[in-house]
Design a protein around this ligand. Structure first.
Ligand code: SAM
Length: 243
């Protein structure tokens, strides 16, 4: 049946994403630095600056993985604030929690295993929701965007940091070559897991471009939606408000 077909397809992606992140969790941070030449740190810094975080804010770092954004938000929102690191994957969540505890980041951080498509939080709970390099792994992105919208407070904003479409053709070609030829080999060599990094390249290629993602956010109800290209559009930061 049509329904049967759809279910199988959905399960496939979810199962694939789960096995990728269970498999890469322990090496995730090292691979991130290696594959992006450390530049992911700048993209994340830019996201924090664009979030307008203030002391006392309550923040959801969705698909937060090993907690890079959570660590920064925890310092900026301070003891009156609260950061929830939510991720669907228990391995990523465990690596994140251990790392942050080792860094002494405790007190205002909670860890929740959750699917972005069905967030287990009350309406109007957060000043800021971030999802960094997470949305492309979500099966039903529209459902996730609506779920995020629901849990934001009026005046709250969503920041989506994600791979996007390079602005220039030459960069696009070089980047494609890098993603499909170099990246899986690096994954094989360093993490002994070429397949996961092949998935990564494919998921990047499939992800909606800047304008498409902006329309999806508008459709979910977000207002004043804008985006900012980083590193020539290899990555884009989308921002939208709930009023
Ligand atoms: N945000 C972190 C960062 O920027 O380093 C981690 C990004 S990692 C590439 C993607 C994360 O998305 C993984 O930890 C994965 O488990 C999580 N994820 C995938 N599908 C998800 C879903 N439906 N709901 C919540 N998290 C999900």
């Amino acid at each position: 049946t049509h329904f049967g077909y759809k279910t199988v397809k959905t399960d496939d992606k979810e199962t694939m994403v789960a096995s990728v992140f269970h498999s890469v969790a322990k090496q995730y941070d090292v691979m991130n630095d290696l594959m992006s030449f450390g530049v992911h740190r700048l993209w994340k810094r830019f996201t924090i600056d664009a979030s307008g975080v203030r002391p006392g804010n309550s923040i959801l770092d969705l698909a937060g993985g090993t907690g890079d954004l959570t660590a920064k938000f925890s310092k900026l929102t301070g003891p009156q604030g609260k950061v929830i690191l939510a991720d669907i994957n228990s391995s990523m969540l465990n690596v994140g929690r251990d790392k942050l505890r080792d860094l002494g980041i405790v007190g205002n951080v909670d860890y929740v295993q959750a699917n972005a498509e069905a967030l287990p939080f009350d309406d109007n709970s957060f000043d800021i929701v971030t999802i960094a390099f997470g949305l492309r792994n979500v099966t039903d992105k529209d459902k996730a965007l609506r779920s995020i919208y629901r849990v934001l407070k009026p005046g709250g904003r969503l920041l989506v940091l994600e791979f996007s479409k390079p602005e220039h053709d030459l960069l696009n070609k070089a980047y494609d070559f890098y993603s499909f030829n170099i990246l899986p080999k690096m994954g094989e060599l360093v993490a002994k897991d070429g397949e996961s990094y092949q998935y990564l390249a494919e998921s990047i290629r499939m992800h909606p471009d800047q304008e498409t993602l902006k329309s999806m956010m508008d459709e979910a109800g977000f207002e004043q939606t804008t985006y900012h290209n980083l590193t020539g559009g290899i990555v884009a930061l989308h921002k939208g408000y709930k009023f």
